[in-house]
Design a protein around this ligand. Structure first.
Ligand code: F6R
Length: 261
């Protein structure tokens, strides 16, 4: 048995085994800087919308996709027939809070680009399990995600699926790791104000997207990128789950690619 299949068997439990995608089959594009990364990602999303105006897009928040959303606004991307779903939302942070992911999306995408419909986990829900089930059902009812945009955490998280998350995980409430709280503290007055929990799509949910585009910029992401390309496929580095997916575009700048051969 190949080591990849072995890894699948031991780490993915009873989940259906996908045919593994060797690291060298990831579509890797290394560009000069953040600006070029955003440009390349913008072209990919615009192409998707041209091919299928009623696409279902999976979107991320954080510093990484800000340039991509700016490109989409500059190019007047037509989302009038498209639906968007977000990866995650802080738990128990009011939707009106300036740092909620809802507000981020409202400013960068919802208000300026006006997709036909959008959805994001409701972090204020009193019935969290029901909310997670609702979100999974909404994605399925929309026909599934055509193109999922991902950033990656310094510790290799995708969405808020922190290290040791099962690859079969679905949308649920999670606790954020210390390094994630520290990284996100830049958007709050103090690290103690960063919500300690979030609702996130699971890795299993993310892997069901038809196409995935992973973006990374800057030296802080270099180790995660190295693990994605050369590390073991393992829940200890969640981003390595992408090697189990058949169609992943990895667009990174030189700084993030610094450890790649
Ligand atoms: C955001 C998300 C996270 C971020 C990651 C990187 O919706 O799910 O996985 O993509 O934390 O964040 P930035 O882009 O701020 O470095």
């Amino acid at each position: 048995m190949s080591s990849l299949k072995q890894a699948n068997r031991t780490q993915r439990g009873s989940l259906q085994i996908h045919e593994a995608n060797p690291a060298n089959k990831l579509h890797l594009t290394v560009v000069e800087d953040y600006e070029q990364m955003s440009q390349a990602a913008g072209q990919l999303v615009l192409h998707q919308l041209t091919q299928r105006p009623d696409s279902v897009l999976g979107l991320a928040t954080g510093g990484t996709p800000v340039g991509l959303y700016r490109k989409l606004r500059e190019e007047k991307a037509d989302l009038s027939q498209a639906m968007t779903f977000n990866l995650d939302e802080y738990y128990a942070l009011p939707r009106q809070h300036p740092q909620s992911f809802y507000q981020f999306m409202k400013g960068h995408v919802y208000d300026p680009l006006m997709p036909l419909g959008y959805d994001i986990p409701n972090g204020e829900s009193a019935e969290v399990e029901q909310e997670c089930t609702r979100y999974e059902t909404a994605i399925r009812d929309a026909g599934g995600i055509d193109l999922q945009v991902l950033g990656v955490g310094r510790n290799g998280h995708i969405g808020f699926n922190e290290p040791e998350t099962a690859f079969s995980s679905r949308t649920r409430l999670v606790a954020l790791k210390r390094e994630t709280l520290e990284d996100n503290a830049q958007f709050f007055d103090h690290v103690s104000e960063v919500p300690k929990q979030a609702i996130t799509m699971g890795i299993g949910t993310i892997l069901e997207a038809r196409t995935i585009v992973l973006l990374a910029s800057g030296p802080a992401k270099a180790e995660a990128l190295y693990q994605l390309m050369y590390g073991d496929i393992s829940p200890s580095v969640p981003v390595t789950a992408l090697r189990l997916h058949p169609t992943v575009h990895v667009i990174v700048d030189k700084a993030a690619a610094a450890l790649l051969k």
